[in-house]
Every structure is written in C-alpha cells, then in structure tokens.
Design a binder for this molecule. Sequence first.
Ligand SMILES: NC(=O)c1ccc[n+]([C@@H]2O[C@H](COP(=O)([O-])OP(=O)(O)OC[C@H]3O[C@@H](n4cnc5c(N)ncnc54)[C@H](O)[C@@H]3O)[C@@H](O)[C@H]2O)c1
Length: 263
Amino acid sequence: MILKGKKGIVFGALDNQSIAWKVAERCVEEGAQIVLTNAPVAMRMGEINKLAEQCKAPVIPADATSLEDLENLVQKSVEHFGGKVDFVLHSIGMSVNVRKGKPYTDLNYDWMQKTFDVSAISFHKTMQTLWKLDAISDWGSIVGLTYIAAQRVFPDYSEMAESKALLESFARSFGYHLGTAKNVRVNTISQSPTMTTAGQGIKGFQEFFDYADKMSPLGNAPAEACADYCIALFSDLTRYVTMQNLFHDGGFSTMGMNPALVQ
Ligand SMILES: NC(=O)c1ccc[n+]([C@@H]2O[C@H](COP(=O)([O-])OP(=O)(O)OC[C@H]3O[C@@H](n4cnc5c(N)ncnc54)[C@H](O)[C@@H]3O)[C@@H](O)[C@H]2O)c1
C-alpha cells in the first residue's frame, strides 16, 4: 500500500493492453484514489468504463491538446478528491504521419504539428494547467512515457522520435520550475517496445519488438513491470528523483552488441 492516501490522474488507458491501464490497476492496488481520462474519441470504444468500474474511479474526458478540457479535468479532479493531485501519468502518443503511412522524407507539416501537440506539447499543457490552478501537491510526482528513439535512430518511428525528444525536454524544463516552487518531481520513463495499440501502429513493430527483446539481457520490460516502476516514482520512496529520463528496458539502452542476436 505504498500509495495509500495518494490521489492521481491517469491519462491514456484505451484498452487492457495499454500501459496506462496496468498503471491504473496498480495504483488502486497500492491504495491510491484515481481519476481516469482519455480523449473523447477514445471513450466511444467504451473499454475505459470497465476499468473505471474496477478501479471505482470517475472518467473525465479530455482531449489533452485542449486547454479548456485540461482545466475542466483538473478542476473536476480536485473537486472529486476534495484536495490537490499527488501524481499524474501522461501516457499519450499518436503520429498522424505514421498513421497515414507518410515516409519520413515526405512528411506533412500540418500533421507533424498535430503529432507534436498530442504527443509532447500536451505534457507541457497538463503541467501548466496544474501549475496555474495550483492543483498539484507539494512533493507530488509527474511521469511521462517515452521511447529511446528520442536518442537513437529507429527509422520507422518517424516523427515520433522528435515528439519524444520534446517530451523529455519538457520534463527537464518544467521539472525545474515545479521542483523549485513545490518540490514536485517530473520524470520520463523510457519503456521497451510493448504490444499495445500505439506500439503496433509502428511499421515492422514485431521485428522491432523481437530485436529489442534479444538485445536486452533481461528481455523487453512488460507493461506490468512499467506499471510497477510508475508506482515507485509516484511513491514517497523516490522523492529526490527528478528531471530524469529513466530507462526501463531490460538493459537495451546500454548494450552495444549481443552475441545472442548474431547467432
Ligand atoms: N507501446 C510501446 O512500444 C511504447 C514504448 C515506449 C513508450 N510508449 C509510450 O507509452 C505511452 C502509452 O502508449 P501505449 O503503448 O500504452 O498505447 P495506447 O494506444 O494504449 O495509448 C495511447 C493513448 O493515447 C491516447 N490519446 C491519443 N490522442 C489523445 C489526445 N488528443 N488526448 C488524450 N489522449 C490521447 C489514446 O486514446 C490512448 O489511450 C505513449 O506515450 C507511447 O508513446 C509506448
């Protein structure tokens, strides 16, 4: 029960494969109260209501690119909790160019803007909304999910690589402001390839997944283990970890070559 008494907002649970879904389940197991949120369009699939029932959590729809929706979400969450928010998970990613099959050398820039807005600027917008409404508790914790394509080249990841680089930079920059003002920490977790809707949207994802799995001494980190790591970061056991990009990848990021792959 390391989150007993804590209150958090979980973005991005689409279905039971979603990393955010596992995080929501683990938060509640560890004694937290949560609010679930996703884009109104994702609500129509109806899956999130099952999770809400299981977690005894309200669902407050918000398009994470809309400041109006985010303000409504934060205000309603504070009302629901009867106090400030202790932790937030940002688990949102979507590339319009990848979805539409545009090659990296022929990107549509309007779509790219949309990709950055959904996948990265929404993280800044969420933190700015929490800041302006003074809705995050002292010693709170904010986590965003990212991928190693921010540092290394994975050609099929396309413009999502730049989205993740931006997301990680927002964690550092806003981490400074939130840390100085309120001792709030902001980190990103760089997760292994994971079989989810967003993951499988990337071309050649199975090969990607298998390669990383073989390269990593511990194998790919599953979504459930990512949820455990999020819980650790939301808990009081990690109060001085901030402005970090934390690899949760079975060792992949440190490997040069693995004989298992050559064989
Ligand atoms: N699956 C992987 O291989 C992998 C690896 C590393 C990092 N990540 C990251 O983990 C996070 C979660 O992805 P996932 O793999 O669980 O996939 P997922 O498809 O289950 O989750 C992505 C979520 O983003 C939400 N979303 C999209 N547009 C939105 C908007 N405008 N407003 C609010 N929400 C919106 C979707 O509805 C969905 O719930 C993403 O940031 C993703 O990039 C995934």
